[in-house]
Design a protein around this ligand. Structure first.
Ligand code: SF4
Length: 481
């Protein structure tokens, strides 16, 4: 949320302030002059493009980067031929890395034609051991490389980049810093992600996130409330509270507050209609949170509860710190307390040592919990994680067979679940014109299921009542009421 700034008050002849975010506003003013000079040379406004890979946390970081680029004078375009292009990278699976290398090949040829073009890389992949050396060796035409801990420093890094004739690299191992009040350009006018915390201390054995996103640190609840109040004043009706594990919220605060406590404060905000959040780790999802969800008027009827595997033997090797039985007990408790809730999940297939019998147990859990949807992934070995050193890799043939069996079970239970509201009238937040049929709009129910129904652009951003006429697998066809 951008700070009210009197730019005339920033004196570029004096030393940059040490305090954040004022230091960054100083560099934004400095960068503005550089951008104006470059535009004058080219005889047109400079353009910029941001390419984001990975999760909603990355998307939220990119909104800040785009906000800073807009503040310093770039025109944002959705095209990698822009004068400046940044890639906010992900490294949760190897194919994410390969995609970035592929794009670098593409923009290199563009840069040969436009030597003034600037290329920046940031995000999780840049925090991974060995990646910086590879970039320096194989992609020396990249101008700026930074990580996940110093996103806020973008303006300062851009000034350094424009004043340097070689690659600028600024990667931090970790940080305890949280910088508030920076510009941000959100994707949707009516809904927004809101970071409540950064980092993760769970160290699931397959996961690289704790190594690239650092230790958990929670934002001050006052800053979160202030940001949401400003978003609501600016037209937002729905927020998605974001954290790698929101259940750990508040533990690093001077005055600790539980995640359930934070939700109750957010619920009080006038004009806010809907609250969503992700991601909840099953090991510390509290009874308090279930009760707050149950009695809330605004918290959406959807919970994403990653299972990852159904066999306790594999869960232990994954360091997930719950058993199959504990997960099932939790899922049943949530369903008992909040009967109309939709549960979705993440599942990994092919973890080292996994057998067909282990996958049978995963399918058992899927059938017993009856998810509305499940995101299924094939295990990706991440260098530096404990699982990367584990024996008994599963063969591709076994993984394929197990993956297909699991997918079939997920689709069968989801089809049964999703159709349960057919014939009922429910509120939907209209998110966009349907991309396949412009006579339809697409909306999202409180339980996160999509409904397509006849309507026009005037409905986008509105909460409307829709009759759910037919279920089609993971979505509904409806009628505006
Ligand atoms: S909870 Fe586990 S899977 Fe999720 S980000 Fe943290 S370490 Fe990774």
């Amino acid at each position: 949320m951008q700070k009210e700034i009197d730019w005339n008050n920033i004196d570029l002849n004096s030393e940059p302030p040490a305090q954040e975010p004022m230091r960054q506003y100083y560099f934004m003013k400095k960068a503005r002059e550089i951008v104006m000079e470059e535009s004058r040379k080219l005889g047109r406004r400079l353009t910029a493009d941001g390419e984001t890979f990975g999760c909603q946390m990355n998307a939220k970081d990119s909104e800040k980067l785009i906000g800073i680029l807009g503040t310093i004078g770039f025109e944002m375009i959705d095209d990698e031929s822009a004068d400046l292009v940044f890639y906010n990278t992900c490294t949760v699976r190897d194919n994410a890395n390969q995609r970035v290398y592929g794009r670098l090949g593409l923009v290199h040829s563009m840069k040969k034609k436009n030597p003034h073009k600037k290329i920046a890389l940031c995000g999780c992949m840049m925090q991974e051991p060995g990646v910086i050396e590879k970039i320096q060796k194989s992609y020396p035409f990249v101008d700026l490389v930074f990580g996940t801990h110093n996103i806020y420093k973008f303006a300062e890094l851009l000034v350094t980049m424009y004043h340097s004739d070689r690659m600028v690299i600024d990667i931090w191992k970790d940080t305890d810093k949280i910088v508030e009040d920076l510009p941000a350009q959100r994707k949707y006018p009516f809904k927004s992600g809101v970071n409540i915390m950064y980092g993760c201390n769970n160290f699931c054995s397959y996961c690289i996130v704790p190594y690239v996103r650092g230790r958990e640190r929670s934002r001050n609840p006052k800053d979160i409330i202030r940001e949401i109040e400003a978003l609501v004043a600016d037209g937002v009706v729905e927020v998605m509270l974001l954290g790698q594990n929101v259940n750990s919220y508040g533990k690093t605060l001077d005055e600790p507050m539980s995640f359930a406590g934070l939700l109750q404060e957010v619920e009080k905000i006038e004009g806010l209609e809907r609250i969503r959040f992700m991601t909840s780790h099953p090991k510390d999802l509290s009874d308090e949170l279930i009760q707050v969800m149950k009695t809330s008027k605004k918290i959406c009827r959807h919970l994403h509860l990653p299972l990852q595997a159904g066999s306790t033997r594999i869960l232990t090797a994954m360091n997930r710190r719950y058993t199959k039985e504990q997960y099932l007990e939790l899922a049943h408790k949530i369903r008992r307390e909040i009967p109309d809730i939709s549960l979705t999940t993440d599942i990994i297939v092919g973890f080292p040592g996994e057998t067909a019998a282990d996958v049978d147990e995963t399918i058992e859990v899927v059938k017993e919990v009856e998810y509305d949807n499940a995101f299924t992934f094939i295990y990706s070995r991440r260098t530096g994680t404990p699982a990367a050193a584990m024996p008994n890799p599963v063969s591709d043939a076994e993984i394929k067979e197990n993956f297909d069996r699991l997918l079939k079970a997920v689709q069968e239970t989801a089809r049964k679940r999703v159709g349960r509201l057919t014939g009922e009238v429910h509120r939907a937040l209209v998110e966009e014109i349907n991309e396949h049929d412009s006579a339809l709009v697409s909306g999202r129910l409180s339980n996160n299921t999509i409904v397509h129904f006849p309507g026009d652009a005037s409905l986008v951003g509105k909460l409307v009542n829709v009759k759910l006429v037919e279920a089609h697998g993971f979505y509904y066809i409806g009628e505006l009421q």
